[in-house]
Each structure stands twice: as C-alpha cells, then as structure tokens.
Design a protein around this ligand. Structure first.
Ligand code: ADP
Ligand code: MG
Length: 694
C-alpha cells in the first residue's frame, strides 16, 4: 500500500521482546482462551517514534507486521497464531469527536470517545469460506470481507473450468462479530447540538464486551462503506470504525476541565451566605416565578448521595421531579434550561422521537443485518446525569412499565429474543406532563388527572402542579417580565448591527441575567457532586423523623392508616443531602432539614390533598384515589349489587338515582362507571346497562 513502510516484523519483534515479554508469557499460558495482547501507544512511541507514527498512519501494514512478530513467541507447542494486538491510549491529537472525522482520516488509526447507543447480538461471521467445485470436487478457501458472501469466480484447480460452487459452512472459518453504533456524549455537546453517530465493527474477543449506555473509548481504523445498493452504487460513502481496541470508562469522562482557579472561585462562591438563593436565582432567570420549582431543580442538579450498603443493596441518590401543568406555562422551557445547565443533561420527549423511546428496545432491523439489536433509550443515555423528559404522559406502554425499574433500581432489564441485558440508568428524571383532559380541574385529585399510574407517581420525590388561572397582579408582573426579556433580547440582536443601542441594555439585562454565569454554575455543580459527601447531624435526623411520623399520623385521624411509605422518607434524606451539597457543606444541618420539610410539604400539599376534605391523603398518590373516592366507588358497586341481586342488569338511570341519595351526582356516577368498566369490575352487556363481573 504505502511504500514508505519502515517497520518490519523484526522491528516489532525487538519492541515486543523489550517491552512486553512478561505480558506475552502470560498470554501464552492462557491462549487461546485469551487472545489479545494490550499495548500502550506510548510504549511504542518511546521505543521508536517512527514505528509509532507508522502505526497511526498505516495501521494495516504495521499491525500485520506486528502480528507476524507475535507469531515468533512460543511456549512448547503453543504459538500465538491468531492473537491480536490491541492498541490503547492514542495521543490527544488522534482522539476525535465523531463530527470531526474527515476523509483524510480514512484508513488511519484513530480514537473516538462516545456512548454506545446500539449493540447487536454477537453472532458468528465467516472469515474464510470453504467452497467445493461442482465439476471437479476441488475444495478451497475464499477470504471474506464486507457483508455479503463473496463467491469464487472460477475454480482454483488449474485444470478445471468449473463455474459453480457449493458453500461448505462446516469447514469454513468463523469469528464472533458485533456491530455498535456510538454517539457523542451529551456533556461534549454545547447548546442544543444534535449528537452525531458512527458505526463500529468488532470482531473476535472484542465482541460482546460492551452494552448500550456504556461510555467507551474505541481505537480503530477508519473505513468507508458504500451507500446505496449493489445495483445502484452511490458516490457517497459512510464512515465506519473497524475496532482495534475498546476501553470502557467506568469513571466519568474528564468532563468539564477544571483549573485551579476554577476550584478557587468555586470555594469562594460557596462561602457566600446567600449561595442557595444565588443558585436558585441562576436557574432559568428569564422564566418568571416558580421559585419553589426552581429550588427543587437546583436540589436535583446537586443530587443526593447514591449509596451501596454492605448487604449489597443500592439506594439511589437521584431526585426525581415531576411537573404537571396547564399548557403554555413554561414547562418545556424549564426542561430545556436544565438540559443546558446539567453537567450531563439530555432533553427528550415522551412521545419518543427515537425508536428506543425512554428505556430500551430490542429490534431486528437493517442495522444488525438480520441480527437483533439492543438500543438504549434516553434514560440509559443520560446515565449519571439528568434526563429532562417532556410530555412524559405520552410515553408508550412498554416504556411505562419499564420506568418503574428505571426510576427505583436505576437499571433497565431487557429480555427479548436472544438478548438478555441489564442496562444502567443512574440518572435523575425531570418529567413534565399535561393534565389528562388538557387543563386542570381544581376540584378533582391531581393524581386522577395525570395520565400516569399511581405506582409510578409515587416514585417521584417531588411533584409540582402548575396551574394557570387569571390573577391580575401576577399576570401583570409576569407580562412585564416576559416583555422585558423580549425587549432585552431585541436589544441584544439589534446591537449586533447597531452598536449605539448597547447603552440601553444596561439595567434591562439584569432581570434575565443569571447571578452566577452558567459556565461557572456547571462547574460548581460538577465539583460538588464529585467531592462533597455530607453526613447528617443528629438534630437534622430528629427533625426529619418527627416530620415523617407526623405525616403518617395525619392520615390516621380519618381512621384509615395511609401508606406514607418509606419512599417518602428516602426522598427527605436525598433532598437534605442535596441541600448541604449546594453550599459544599460536609454536614447536613437542621437548616437543611427545615428546607427539605418545607419543599416536601409544598409538593405534598399540591398533589396529595383531598380536594373535598382538604386533608393530606397520600393514598391519592399511591393508590390513585382518595378515601372519599374509594368510599364512593364502593357505594356504586353496592348499588349495582343490590339492583342485580335477583339477576338481570342495572340501568345507568337506576344506579344514578340510587347514588344521588348518597350525595353522589350524575357526572361522578358516569365517571365511576367508566372506571369500573376499564378496570374490568363491571361490564355492559347492552348499552347503558351494567352487571358486576364475577
Ligand atoms: P409548556 O411546555 O408548559 O406548554 P412552554 O414552555 O412551551 O409551555 O411555554 C410557552 C411560552 O410561554 C414560552 O416561550 C415561555 O417562555 C413563555 N412563558 C410561559 N410562562 C412563562 C413565565 N412564567 N415566565 C416567562 N416566560 C413564560
Ligand atoms: Mg410543552
């Protein structure tokens, strides 16, 4: 290929003897169970810069030579005939984002960092196909490349002119193969850029190492793959990486490089007694109001502490928040802001723009060339970050059932076709949803108006209801806020063509300018999450305990014990931890506990109050019905039972009339009947007439 090749197998042999004798001896013992010799690029460079450069620029020849050299090593009968050299640790200059790969990198050795979005099953692939000539019976191998079986054109037997052959899979040589699609990691992207992807082809012992959602550094040779069909070849090509080595990053990427000055600045900032207010004030300043929601979001950004207990259990530290609200009140806007601010944020819609949706799916499509492919959804891609999911109520049924596990255990299990996998989804969920009927009815329980099962709702640490009702004072402040932001925006745009308006900007900018610049805040958050692990003070524990016990007791007044579960208690702990982290404190104080109680109370008041009695009733959240509702449902069932006690059916009219005597109006009866039918408790043999299901 390239004539300037300097390396020879001998040169590689010297290198291997000098630097990797020990590793090779170990490999010889384990071969062929282990098949790879892992080589650090810097060692090659240290040995001989020319050899190293050639490895980068002509990897095909260079690696072939190295492979020949490796065959020289023996241990008794054993030699490393089919072993591979896996090069890791390429220099920075050769590490690329997917978007920066260009045609000049074709057939060169490059490193690419990314997140695994899709992975196929590992399946055998023919590398050397055995054929038999139908005319003379001669058998011979044909080396394979590409996706289609390459057949011989003529018989290898000189004396034979046979043109038809039989493929003999049994005698052919196979290797394991897997295809991945990797995507740029969210933290590498700025301001709403769409992540780009590249496909990776892996063979032999590299296949089956990674799962969707893993963060990897892949070293490979950049190849081109034709587009279009065999018949109509396009002149445009796709890029693909032929894998030479993979490293899985258990640790986070070197995300957000932080200098000594940055850290100094962060520590300085934390000393400010008003730091909490400053942080909350820096979240979406262009959005008016919602101080409690912004505070909750701030806490979510800092997150509680994930814990691995000695008995093997894992407790999440991530705080899940749900915003339910009327349309047009800046839910989506808030979510987008969080995506930009979070050190590792993803914004997506429950309506699912990708086939993988929120959790994960297994599909059999073109990508896998007939193999099953496992694709990671948003919650897997947001691992160790925040997933802002808009229109969460519109997610499909499959996601909905997988979400329980994803939120609590922070894993997503897939068992479909040949694929069995458990993917990690250690992220905080910030969901937004519209009320089921478009707008909130303030007289019905919130849980009933959210298109989500109660069991799922109870997994949110905080739920906020955003209602849009006319209020002259609020509306006036809101409108001047929005108008001023737009005015400031206009001035900023105008000043680009007319610098003279710049002076008008003074003062106007203040209301939309975050107190802490977003870049610094991102670093502050990342620093805190990485280094701050606070511990609860005694008084704080006492206070939280008292509140929790009180919460449970409140429901008891009415007679029925309510399942305020340990989930609420865990939510309290997480929020308190996040609160301490916000000011980089090692201690969770009474102040943190107080703030926690305040915010949890506000959230519970909004969603768990029985609108009829004004009482706190967590059943609304966990069961989806308040006690009064449950009573009503029971009354209706009893009525139907009574009316049909002698056989026949109960007409809606009769049920309604009976129910009125118990103070249940017609609309309610209709609603209850509809629900009972949905739940399969009753059925309607003829229109408007009901019978209990037995
Ligand atoms: P939603 O997702 O709740 O339906 P959007 O986030 O799309 O609503 O908001 C609609 C528009 O109204 C956005 O441009 C948003 O900036 C604006 N808006 C609504 N409420 C506010 C507010 N409180 N402060 C500033 N802008 C607001
Ligand atoms: Mg919206």
């Amino acid at each position: 290929m390239v004539s300037t090749i300097v390396s020879s197998p001998t040169r590689w042999l010297h290198f291997l003897e000098e630097y990797y004798q020990k590793e090779i001896d170990e490999l010889l013992v384990e071969y062929p169970k282990k098949k790879s010799l892992w080589i650090r690029y810097c060692d090659v460079e240290f040995f001989d810069t020319e050899l190293a450069e050639e490895l980068l620029d002509s990897p095909d020849d260079s690696l072939e030579n190295a492979k020949q050299a490796l065959k020289e090593f023996h241990y008794g009968e054993i030699s490393l005939d089919d072993a591979h050299l896996r090069i890791v640790g390429l220099p920075k200059l050769r590490s690329f984002m997917v978007r920066d790969l260009r045609s000049e990198h074709i057939n060169k050795l490059v490193a690419v960092e990314g997140l695994v979005r899709k992975a196929t099953e590992v399946r055998p692939k023919v590398t050397k196909a055995l054929f038999r000539c139908t005319k003379c019976g001669h058998e011979f191998f044909v080396e394979q490349e590409g996706n289609e079986l390459k057949e011989p054109e003529k018989c290898r037997n000189e004396e034979c002119d046979g043109k038809r052959f039989i493929f003999l899979p049994k005698g052919s040589k196979f290797t394991n193969a897997q295809k991945l699609r990797i995507q740029e990691a969210p933290e590498e992207l700025r301001g709403g850029e769409q992540p780009q992807t590249i496909d990776v082809e892996l063979e032999d012992d590299l296949a089956g190492i990674v799962n969707p959602g893993d963060r990897i550094v892949i070293v490979g040779i950049l190849r081109i793959r034709p587009r279009g069909s065999q018949q109509r070849r396009s002149i445009f090509y796709d890029l693909a990486l032929e894998g030479v080595s993979i490293e899985v990053r258990e640790q986070e990427f070197e995300e957000l490089e932080m200098s000594e000055e940055d850290i100094q600045q962060i520590k300085e900032l934390a000393k400010n007694p008003d730091i909490d207010k400053m942080i909350v004030g820096s979240i979406a300043p262009s959005i008016y109001g919602y101080d409690d929601i912004k505070e909750a979001i701030a806490l979510q950004l800092f997150s509680g502490i994930p814990k691995h207990l000695p008995d093997g259990t894992y407790i999440r530290g991530d705080i899940h928040i749900l915003l339910v609200g009327d349309p047009g009140i800046a839910k989506s806007q808030l979510l987008r802001y969080v995506k930009q601010l979070a050190p590792r944020g993803i914004y997506t819609s429950g309506k699912s723009t990708t086939s993988a949706g929120l959790t994960a799916t297994a599909v059999k499509d073109e990508f896998g060339d007939g193999r099953w492919t496992l694709e990671a959804g948003a919650l897997v891609m947001a691992d160790k970050g925040i997933a802002a999911v808009d229109e969460l109520d519109k997610m499909d049924a499959e996601d909905r059932s997988a979400l329980h596990e994803a939120m609590e255990q922070q894993t997503i299990s897939v068992a479909k076709a040949g694929i069995l996998a458990t993917l990690k989804s250690r992220c905080a969920l910030l969901g937004a949803a519209n009320p089921k009927f478009g707008r909130f009815d303030p007289y019905s329980p919130v849980a009933e108006q959210i298109n989500m099962p109660p069991a799922l709702l109870s997994r949110f640490d905080l739920i906020f209801v955003m209602q849009d009702y006319p209020d002259v004072e609020k509306d006036s402040k809101l409108s001047s806020h929005i108008l001023t932001s737009h005015y400031a925006g206009e001035l900023i745009e105008r000043s680009k063509i007319d610098p003279s308006v710049r002076e008008n900007l003074e003062g106007v900018l203040d209301i939309i300018k975050p107190e802490i610049p977003p870049e610094l805040l991102r670093k502050y958050i990342a620093y805190s999450r990485r280094t701050i692990f606070p511990v609860m003070e005694k008084e704080a524990i006492e206070l939280l305990k008292e509140f929790y016990v009180g919460l449970r007791a409140e429901g008891r007044d009415e007679g029925a014990p309510i399942p305020v579960t340990a989930r609420q208690l865990e939510a309290l702990v997480r929020i308190a931890e996040a609160s301490a982290r916000m000011r980089l404190s090692d201690k969770i104080t009474v102040e943190d506990a107080r703030r926690t109680i305040k915010i949890v109370e506000r959230s519970l008041n909004q969603v768990a109050k029985d609108p009829e009695t004004g009482r706190l009733d967590v059943d609304i959240l966990t069961v989806g019905q308040s006690k009064t509702q449950r009573d009503r449902v029971k009354i209706v069932i009893d009525i139907i039972k009574e009316l049909t006690s002698e056989g026949g059916m109960a007409s809606e009219k009769d049920i309604s009339a009976e129910a009125q005597k118990h103070g249940i109006d017609e609309d309610r009866v209709k609603e209850i009947l509809r629900k009972l039918r949905e739940e399969g408790m009753i059925y309607m043999p003829t229109y408007g007439n009901y019978r209990l299901a037995t």
